[in-house]
Each structure stands twice: as C-alpha cells, then as structure tokens.
Write a protein that binds this ligand. Sequence first.
Ligand code: NAP
Length: 333
Amino acid sequence: MLPSTYRKLVAARFSPRFREAAAVVEVPLEAPGPGDILVRNRCAGVNATDVNISAGRYTPGAQPPIDLGAEAVGEVAAVGDGVTAFQVGDAVLTNSLGGGYREYYTVRAGRAVRVPAASPEILALAISGVTASIGLSVTGEMQAGETVLVTAAAGGTGQFAVQLAKAAGCHVIGTCGGPDKAELLRTLGCDRVVNYHDEDLDAVLGAEYPRGVDLVYESVGRRMFDVALEHLAVRGRLVIIGYITEYLDTPEAVTAPRIYTKLLSKSASVRSMFLPHFFRQAPEHLTRLLEMVRAGALQVAIDPAEFRGLEAVADAVEHLHSGRSRGKVVVWL
Ligand SMILES: NC(=O)c1ccc[n+]([C@@H]2O[C@H](COP(=O)([O-])OP(=O)(O)OC[C@H]3O[C@@H](n4cnc5c(N)ncnc54)[C@H](OP(=O)(O)O)[C@@H]3O)[C@@H](O)[C@H]2O)c1
C-alpha cells in the first residue's frame, strides 16, 4: 500500500551554501503514468557539484524551487501501463537531475537501469564511476603504458579513475589529503601516492617523473590544476573533471601567461568532460563497470560516515566539501 504523500528536498532559493538553499517539502504521491515506473529511493549519491545545483548553475533561467539530488538506487514500487521491463520489487538505479534526494521518484522506464541490488556500491557507479570511465577513455584517450595522474584520487570519482587506469595498464599517481586516504589508494593499486599534506606534488613530479605525465584526471582546480598543467608530457592531455576548490567561492582571477605557452611546444592539450554531454555513451560504460564489480575487478569505497534521511543531506554535502570524506558519500533515504 503506497502512501498518499512523500517528501523530497528542493532548493527553495539558490545558493552555493547547500544548507541555506535546501528545504524538505511534502508532496502528493501520484500513480505512475503510461511508460513510467515509480521508484522507492533507498540510497542517494552525494556529489561535489550539489552546491552548483543548489546555486542554480545547472539550470540557467530557472526559478526556485528546483528538485535536488541526482543518482539513486531503490526498488520499483509501481509500474505504469505498458511497462513490461520492470516488476514491482526490482532493484533499479536512476540518474537524473532532481531524482536523488526524494523518497519516491517517477521516471520513464527507459531511463532506469535494473541492477543486482539497491546498494551504495552500485549507486557509486552511476555518476562517479561512469565519469571516470568516459573521462579517461573517451576524452582522455588513455593508452596502455601511459603515466596517469589522478587528483582527489581517494574521492567518489577519483577512486574509479585510479582503478580504471591501472586496469588499462597505466602507471598511476594519485593525490590525496590524509593518511587514511593514502592507505585506501594503496589498496586500490595506486603506484605513487602523494599525500599533499606531507609531500609537494610539484617537487615529486619534477624529481620522479621528468618526462612528464601523459594524462591527468583533474577535479580539484587552483594550484593542483597549475601544477598538473606544468608537468604534462609531450602530447599529454589534461582532462578537467571539476574544480571543487572554486565551487564555494567566486572563481579566483589569475594573471599569467596564456595557456598556449604551456601547451604548443609539447603538442599537449587541455580538455574537459561533463557527464550530461555523454548521455548516449553512459549506458555502455555503466554496463562495463557493473560487470567489473560482479567479477571482483573493481572495488567501491563508500565513505564510512552515515547519513540518514533528507534532513541529513546538507550534513553529507558539507562533509564532502570538508575534504574529510573518503570514497563515495551516500545518504540513506
Ligand atoms: N565532469 C563531471 O561530469 C563530473 C562528474 C562527477 C564529479 N565531478 C567532479 O569531480 C570532483 C570530485 O567530485 P566527487 O563528487 O567525486 O567528490 P569527492 O572527490 O568525493 O570529494 C571531494 C574531495 O576533493 C578533495 N578536495 C581538494 N580540495 C578541496 C577543497 N578545497 N574542498 C573540498 N574538497 C577538496 C578532497 O580530497 P583530497 O583532499 O584527498 O584531495 C575531497 O575529499 C569534483 O570537482 C566534481 O565536480 C565531475
């Protein structure tokens, strides 16, 4: 028996301060229409970019309120007319803007993926894993034998970049901020772990990688970006995945020689990869990641901090932005 109402988290006003933007609202629960399924969300993924979404940066021109959250796992609670691919009780994964931080979600059946279990490990693949997979192989054109630098390597998406680069036969350097994260990176097979609290990345790369780095999976920004750019090898590629250091502030204005002075003499390039632009490629990457997890070829680290309920989402977002999280941060709904 389904309830008549459910709760979800909206940005009642736009602000990168997630807690200031977010409000829990209760709304009627409608039966799914033809071709739709109704999912009881159990666990939602927390992403660095939640603060960009709550700031309205993903929806230019839109007025609040907007729904918050993105990926979630749960069980099918009801199916609409004409839906044959799902049955009530099936575990499913969804990934759409606004579909995460809510108790129930109605979605086109074709947008949901049946998964073996509604677990946080599988949830982590939807955005964090698929971004790493596409960012490295498609945008980064990763080749076996290359040296790959992953920043925020013990984070939600970084952990996958490390493992996928290793699985592709690369030498992997991973940065992190703390001994527990350094330990995680070693267990994931990272060849050279740089805990930037103890070591200077610029010095490490200069001393140990004089040829430079072939591919960078960069999601931190500011000085981390500058150092990575400086150490690109001939024909090196730096893939911008994010710049978390700038999300809560006005982007830093810098005055420096233009970027071409760093690139042309090395035939190097800076590229970027934003998952919503890879909507069509995402399913095949997700399928491969699910298969790797099933085969025991991909580990998934879930942050040990436990967050329960919509009221805890702001705590979880702040935890991720504190720099203390390790692995994928999730919220149980
Ligand atoms: N392009 C896309 O489509 C896409 C998709 C998913 C994620 N991303 C991007 O990937 C990056 C990581 O996202 P995520 O959700 O997986 O987060 P996350 O890596 O799980 O967590 C953030 C990590 O960033 C590091 N960090 C460095 N400087 C920081 C600072 N000033 N404040 C807070 N954290 C800092 C911290 O790790 P250390 O201190 O150990 O470095 C922290 O644990 C973000 O830039 C995000 O926007 C992009």
